[in-house]
Unconditional design. Structure first.
Ligand code: GLN
Length: 445
C-alpha cells in the first residue's frame, strides 16, 4: 500500500483499494501459518494481487469502469478470485480498464485514465491498462486481466510486462462480466514468464459453473520451463511483419527470432491467408455478442438507476446516462449486425470468416510448434492521440484478435525497447498447449 500510495496518483492504475480488509486478511494468514494450518511451500502464499475491475469480488465494488455499475457490490467472487484466495493471496484492490473492456488505450474508463509507467504522457494500452501499469510500476507483483481481442497482451506489450491469454476454455469465466462470451478469457499479468506459469497453474481448470470451461487436464507448467528449444519449429507469418508494423517493432522481433535460432530453434516465413479479414470479423462478432450481453444493464437489476416516467423510459435513461460513447457504439453496431435482414450479410459472414481463420491456424500447427510475431504493430502512443478515432484504435489489435477468433493461447513477452518504449513479442501455441508457449517464452526471456 505504501508503494501504491507513492506512485498511483501519477499512474492511475487502481479504481478501488481495499486496504483495511487486505491487511486484516494478511494478519489472518499469518496466524494460520503460525498455527501450521497453511502450506508455507505454496509459492503464491501471502502475495498481494490486483484484479481487473470486470471480475466480481464479494463485498468489493466492481464497476467494469462504467458509470452504470458505479454502486455495484457483488455478492460472490469470480472463480479466479476464489482460486487465488485459496492459494493464499491477498486482493489489494480493483484495477482500472476500458469500460466493459472495450478499448485499446484505457482512455474509455468512465473514471480516470491510466498513464504508462515508462512514460506518463503515453497510454498503457487496453483494455487491461490498469493491470499492466500496476505490474509495470511495481504496485503489485501480479494482476489478472481479461483478453477478448488482445486486452491482456497489448497492454502487457506497451508496459513491458508478461501477459498471457490462455486457450479459450482453459480458465473459468464465471464471475467475469461478459463482453463477448465466445472470445473472453482471463489471463495473468506478471513481470516474468515463470511467475505467469505459477499463476496460470492456480487459476486454470474446469469449473462446473462455466459450461465453456474445458474438461482438459492442467499440466505442470513449471516443469515446462526447461530452457530447451532445440529443434523447435517456428512459423513467422509474413502478415505479422508487413505493412503497418513499425520499423522499431520489426527490428526487435527479428532480433528475438535470432536469439531463438541461436538456442537451436528453426524459423521460417509462413502465411495466414485470412488474417486480413480478422479485424472486420472480430469487431462484428465482438460487438454482436456485446450488444446481447449488455442488455442486462437496465437500471433495474444492477447498478445505477435513472428513473423515468415509465419502465421503458427508465431503461432508456439509465442506459443513456450509464454507458459511455464506445460502449454505445458497440451496442449499436452489434444490434445492427444481428437485426433481421442484416444477420446473414454481417454476423453469419463474420462467423464463416472466423472458421477460416481458425483453419489457417490449425493448418500451420500441423507443421509448426509455435507461431511468432509482434504483439502490436507499434509501441505505446501518446494519450489523446487516437481517442477520437475509433478505426485507428481498432487497428491496434490487428495482430491479437485473430488469436481470440481461433481460440488458441498466446503470450506477450518484452523483447526490448524502441525509442524508449517497450516492444512485445507474441508467441502463439496450439489449443491447450500453454506449456510450449511458456517454454519458448521462458527460454527467450
Ligand atoms: N481492443 C479490443 C476491443 O476494444 C480488445 C478488447 C479486449 O480484448 N477486451 O474490443
Amino acid at each position: 500500500f505504501d508503494r501504491i500510495k507513492e506512485v498511483d496518483e501519477k499512474v492511475g492504475a487502481f479504481l478501488t483499494l481495499d486496504e483495511e480488509n487486505a491487511i486484516a486478511r494478511a494478519k489472518d494468514l499469518d496466524k494460520q501459518l503460525e498455527n501450521g494450518e497453511l502450506d508455507e511451500g505454496n509459492i503464491l502464499f501471502g502475495l498481494p494481487v490486483g484484479i481487473k475491475d470486470n471480475m466480481v469480488t464479494k463485498g468489493l465494488r466492481t464497476t467494469a469502469a462504467s458509470k452504470i455499475l458505479e454502486n455495484f457490490v457483488p455478492v460472490h467472487d469470480a472463480t479466479v478470485v476464489e482460486k487465488l484466495r485459496d492459494a493464499g493471496t491477498v486482493t489489494v484492490g480493483k484495477l482500472n480498464m476500458d469500460e466493459f473492456a472495450m478499448g485499446s488505450s484505457n482512455e474509455n474508463s468512465a473514471y480516470k485514465i491510466v498513464h504508462n509507467p515508462w512514460h506518463l504522457d503515453y497510454v498503457p494500452g487496453g483494455s487491461s491498462g490498469g493491470s499492466a501499469a500496476a505490474v509495470a510500476a511495481r504496485e503489485v507483483p501480479f494482476a489478472l486481466g481479461s483478453d477478448t481481442g488482445g486486452s491482456v497482451r497489448q497492454p502487457a506489450s506497451y508496459c513491458g510486462v508478461v501477459g498471457l491469454k490462455p486457450t479459450y476454455g482453459r480458465v473459468s469465466r464465471f464471475g467475469l462480466i461478459a463482453f463477448a462470451s465466445s472470445l473472453d478469457q482471463i489471463g495473468p499479468m506478471t513481470t516474468s514468464v515463470e511467475d505467469n506459469a505459477y499463476v496460470l497453474q492456480k487459476i486454470a481448470g474446469h469449473d462446473e459453473r462455466d459450461s465453456t470451461s474445458a474438461h482438459v487436464e492442467v499440466p505442470d507448467y513449471l516443469a515446462a520451463l526447461t530452457g530447451e528449444v532445440k529443434g523447435l519449429r517456428i512459423g513467422v507469418p509474413k502478415e505479422y511483419l508487413g505493412e503497418g508494423v513499425s520499423e522499431g517493432v520489426r527490428e526487435k522481433v527479428v532480433e528475438a527470432l535470432e536469439v531463438l535460432k541461436e538456442l537451436g530453434a528453426e524459423w521460417e516465413e509462413v502465411s495466414i491467408p485470412h488474417a486480413k479479414y480478422s479485424l472486420s470479423a472480430y469487431y462484428m462478432l465482438a460487438s454482436s455478442e456485446a450488444s446481447s450481453n449488455l442488455a442486462r444493464f437496465d437500471g433495474i437489476r444492477y447498478g445505477v438507476r435513472h428513473t423515468g416516467d415509465n419502465l421503458i423510459d427508465t431503461y432508456k435513461k439509465s442506459r443513456s446516462e450509464g454507458f459511455g460513447d464506445e460502449v454505445k457504439r458497440r451496442i449499436m453496431l452489434g444490434t445492427f449486425a444481428l437485426s433481421s435482414g442484416y444477420y446473414d450479410a454481417y454476423y453469419l459472414k463474420a462467423q464463416k470468416v472466423r472458421t477460416l481463420i481458425k483453419q489457417d491456424f490449425e493448418d500451420l500447427f500441423l507443421k509448426y510448434d509455435v507461431i511468432i510475431g509482434p504483439t502490436a504493430p507499434t509501441t505505446a502512443f501518446k494519450l489523446g492521440e487516437a481517442v477520437d478515432d475509433p478505426m485507428t484504435m481498432y487497428v491496434n489489435d490487428i495482430l491479437t484478435n485473430q488469436i481470440n477468433l481461433a481460440g488458441v493461447p498466446a503470450i506477450s513477452v518484452p523483447c526490448g525497447l524502441s525509442e524508449g518504449l517497450p516492444v512485445g513479442l507474441q508467441i502463439i501455441g496450439k489449443h491447450f498447449d500453454e506449456a510450449t508457449v511458456f517454454r519458448v517464452a521462458h527460454a527467450y526471456e
